[in-house]
Design a protein around this ligand. Structure first.
Ligand code: UDP
Length: 341
């Protein structure tokens, strides 16, 4: 029988792409999602790619009763081999306006997942974390030994706290093993264009805004600041194709299955930084579509430059990125085009 993996937030952006990669690798995913930041159309997209709709439990992971009951039902069908925990709110700006919403949801969900893992003897946990835990790093590329800095937002703080909660739980003698995956900037979509990023309302992240501006659904893109101390004056980030990121979760599960005890953090990035202007240029080259844009003021709270030292994941998880920045931007554009139709 295939190994069964519970994927909280499996209908979300990274979760849905990970579900595809899990099935491809021979796992049976069970999605837990309350559709608070996704839509049920994701399930049709998954069906178009996989040929079937993955199992789904519609639950809010921050509700202890709902979550534990869902795990009871899943466990009644057989062993749960692993959990990948994505379900969390992720809008940095909103988290500064509504910190309690973020603390209550993101932290409670993680605690409940750990309780469920204990009840059902699940020994492998992959946690969806973020390079935001590094704050403004002292040196770049940033590796996993870099100190966790004061969080820049309540969202960032929830990632730091949840990493700590998981680390403490593992250290307490629990049989659970954990991989804490620190994402850099995931972009792109499944190459089939059946699933992709679905920002509800005004997109705050660069690539969803860029594709909507290129499609003339939004005003021109504002490049937030061109006076940073970088070669072209715009901020630098490490943009990683969501399929590469998804695939790393499968590698992390495999790695966990070979460990006796583990709670390790891994950076998931390409190891290369690109500026905002380079992203615009790469998009235009990859798609032939111009990006209407202008230069504006800096966005408060933005870090000048961050990109990953990603060799730990490459070596220990035996994982590499297969897609280029152009691939990711082309896939993001093709996905955007399906949304216009
Ligand atoms: N950015 C921009 N215009 C936008 C959105 C983002 O110039 O409309 C820039 C932003 O200042 C940052 C980069 O694009 O330098 C990536 O921003 P995003 O919000 O996607 O990710 P994060 O800042 O969390 O790394």
């Amino acid at each position: 029988m295939n190994k069964r993996v519970v994927v909280t937030g499996g209908a979300g952006y990274i979760g849905s792409h990970t579900v595809v990669e899990l099935v491809k690798a021979g796992y049976t995913p069970v999605i837990l999602d309350d559709f608070s930041n996704s839509t049920k159309e994701v399930l049709s997209g998954l069906k178009a790619i996989l040929g079937f709709e993955p199992a789904l439990e519609e639950v809010d992971c921050s509700s202890r009763t709902e979550l534990l009951q869902a795990f009871d039902r899943i466990a009644a069908e057989g062993t749960i081999d692993g959990i990948i925990h994505f379900a969390a709110f992720k809008a940095v700006g909103e988290s500064t306006q509504r910190p309690l919403k973020y603390y209550a949801n993101n932290i409670a969900s993680t605690v409940h997942i750990l309780e469920a893992s204990e009840t059902h003897n699940v020994s492998n946990l992959v946690f969806s974390s973020s390079c935001t835990v590094y704050g403004q790093p002292d040196t770049i590329p940033v590796d996993e030994e870099a100190p966790v800095k004061g969080a820049e937002s309540p969202y960032g703080y929830t990632k730091q706290v949840c990493e700590r909660i998981i680390t403490d739980f593992v250290a307490s003698g629990s049989p659970l093993k954990a991989a804490l995956l620190r994402y850099f900037n995931p972009i792109g979509a499944h190459p089939s264009s059946h699933i992709g990023e679905l920002p509800l309302g005004h997109p705050n992240n660069l690539v969803p805004y860029l594709t909507q501006a290129a499609a003339k659904l939004r005003d021109p893109l504002t490049v937030f600041g061109s006076d940073y101390p970088t070669p072209d004056g715009t901020c630098i980030r490490d943009y990683i194709h969501v399929m590469d990121l998804a695939n790393a979760h499968v590698s992390a599960l495999h790695w966990l299955s070979e460990q006796e005890n583990a709670c390790e953090a891994f950076n998931l990035g390409t190891g290369h930084g690109n500026s905002v202007l380079e992203v615009i240029q790469a998009f235009e080259q990859a798609t032939g579509v111009p990006v209407p844009h202008n230069i504006g003021a800096r966005r408060p709270g933005d870090i000048t430059a961050i990109f990953a030292e990603a060799s730990k994941a490459r070596h220990e998880l035996s994982w590499t990125c297969k897609y280029s920045l152009e691939d990711a931007l082309r896939d993001a554009w093709n996905w955007q085009c399906t949304l216009i139709d």
